[in-house]
Ligand binder design. Structure first.
Ligand code: KGT
Length: 276
């Protein structure tokens, strides 16, 4: 966790130097556990987490808003954790009303085709609400996490609630990334919601068992990829923890959101299908 905080510190400094107002970090930025039980045992409440307290100090000292995915224990404590997204203000406060818990958990069984088996629901409790988009120095931010990107409904709902940016902090798997799911789904969410999509992704090998695909990107509301970072090519070549953090600096333009929405008006037939 202290290693991850140091990596985040590097990114905070570089983002502040570049004049950024907000920094978007991936899902599970605090740690990726070696096993489901290790993930549970490492989770700390926000007030007791040196990782969160460290980020709060950095946000304040660098006058930067920070969006960060992490694990936290349930309240009251249980044998499971929450997959949470926090918004920390530039004065270092965790803004409680913006705290989002991943709605869709990643349960995967590709054992029949020699693929991985992952069951996030074994150790994680899903959230049960869409958090309304919140105001930020770069626009109205709607929150989603990783596997949520496979579901168009919450993205459309967030747009209806006023979002012009939707975030998908992630730790995507290499096989599904290589199948094109990551890029295709992110672009689809951008095109149908006509929002900017900010997708900060973990990249590289975390431990013997897990590697994340990477390919962080910003997609504009017309569906164009307007910035992207490295991705894993061959997971066998990856060494544990060998990658340095990368930063994508991008300026969002409110005018592009307006142009996208005026150019292709999406009048929903909610008289035919129910409103989401
Ligand atoms: O495990 C943690 O600590 C943090 N959580 C994750 O990394 C989650 C659950 S394993 N990963 C995904 O949702 C990947 C989805 C994906 O790759 C796909 O939809 O194809």
């Amino acid at each position: 966790m202290s290693h991850n905080l140091a990596q985040c510190q590097t990114l905070v400094k570089r983002a502040a130097e570049a004049g950024a107002k907000a920094l978007f970090l991936p899902e599970a930025s605090d740690y990726i556990g070696g096993s489901p039980s290790e993930s549970v045992s490492l989770a700390k409440t926000i007030d007791d987490s040196p990782f969160v307290v460290g980020l709060q100090k950095l946000a304040k000292s660098h006058n930067l808003y920070i969006n960060v995915g992490l694990h936290e224990p349930t309240s009251p404590p249980s044998s499971k954790i929450l997959n949470t997204l926090l918004w920390i203000s530039n004065s270092g406060d965790v803004l409680e009303q913006t705290r989002y818990k991943k709605l869709h958990l990643f349960d995967l069984d590709l054992s029949k085709v020699d693929g991985p088996v992952m069951k996030e629901s074994n150790n994680t409790i899903a959230g049960d609400t869409i958090v309304p988009p919140f105001d930020s120095p770069i626009g109205q931010v709607g929150s989603q996490i990783c596997f949520d990107l496979r579901f168009p409904e919450p993205a459309i709902r967030l747009r209806r609630l006023g979002a012009n940016i939707i975030v998908y902090p992630s730790a995507f798997t290499v096989p599904t990334g290589q199948m094109g799911h990551w890029e295709t789904l992110l672009r689809a969410r951008a095109i149908e919601s006509q929002c900017y999509i900010v997708a900060a992704a973990q990249c590289g090998r975390h431990n013997e068992k897990r590697t994340s695909y990477g390919d962080s990107m910003v997609v504009d509301p017309k569906g164009l990829i307007v910035g992207r970072l490295s991705k894993v090519k061959n997971s066998d070549d990856e060494k544990v923890g060998a990658r340095e953090p990368e930063l994508l600096v991008f300026e969002l333009d409110e005018k592009v959101v307006e142009d996208a929405r005026n150019g292709i008006p999406l009048q929903r037939r909610t008289d035919v299908y129910p409103e989401i």
